[in-house]
Design a binder for this molecule. Sequence first.
Ligand code: CMP
Length: 144
Amino acid sequence: MIDHMFGKITLSIIKPDAVKKGYIFPILYKIIHAGFHIIALKMTELSKKSATKFYAEHERKLFFESLVKFMSSGPIISVILEKENAVKDFRVLIGETNPVYAKKGTIRNLYATSLEKNAIHGSDSNQNAIKECLFYFSNREIFF
Ligand code: CMP
């Protein structure tokens, strides 16, 4: 179980736009350089069905269909990251959801192109971090 990691882990996704542009390693370098430890990592591709499930909370939003199409458009890298205050610190590192407002030097400022194609995901709460980690990884795939 990963429940005992509550508050110390977050789930990140390097999105299809950033993977296609060859940004996997520059992004992982920045993440590790900021003090996060990778405890699980995989390259995978979301089906429309699994993207619909992962983004279920946005189901009623106008951008939902486009989001599902984009997130299932190519390979992604899903990563579980460990650090004290992982969720909060990671959201500072990646910057605002809309790259137009992302601070200079943040991952979205450097690598995102639009609100949808914003290069990277980070969990928004400790509860969601656990839920999202278990969406992508089984307990056997997580290494503490
Ligand atoms: P993220 O927070 O990783 O997960 C949900 C995604 O929905 C978010 O990144 C954006 O890429 C996308 N999103 C959020 N708001 C909008 C919006 N108003 N228009 C288009 N996409 C959006």
